[in-house]
Design a protein around this ligand. Structure first.
Ligand SMILES: [Mg+2]
Length: 131
């Protein structure tokens, strides 16, 4: 099992390949009949809450010196859950997740120019203008 997980992790390199792997995983279990955009969006929120739970009641100091291995593994699992549901939702609504992320990064680059947001005073100005 561990070897299989490792082999898959080494072969999944792009978001599109990840979407294909998730699609195959879902189809081979015939889970498409349960999956719809609403429930997948809810599942993303639930998995995001599980990620938050890892940090609940932890002090800033306990997280600053680098997360320990157990914490990092829990974060990795919850991030993976979130991304798997994102890939699943992208498949259901026929989106290429890599293109969507690239487009959004381009929008964010225009919205938050590095030369403006690096300076904290200019950053506050950008935030003020956003309202
Ligand atoms: Mg989870």
């Amino acid at each position: 099992m561990a070897r299989r997980v490792k082999a898959m992790a080494e072969t999944v390199a792009t978001l599109l390949e990840l979407q294909e792997a998730v699609k195959k995983f879902v189809e081979t279990r015939d889970w498409n009949r349960y999956h719809n955009p609403k429930d997948l969006a809810i599942s993303i929120a639930i998995e995001s809450a599980e990620l938050l739970e890892i940090f609940q009641w932890k002090s800033e100091a306990s997280l600053k010196n680098g997360a320990n291995e157990i914490l990092r593994n829990r974060v990795a699992e919850e991030l993976a859950d979130i991304i798997i549901y994102c890939a699943n939702l992208a498949n259901i609504v026929d989106l290429d997740l890599g293109i969507a992320v690239s487009r959004k990064l381009t929008v964010n680059e225009a919205k938050y120019p590095a030369e403006k947001v690096r300076d904290s005073r200019k950053w506050e100005d950008v935030i003020q203008k956003r309202g």
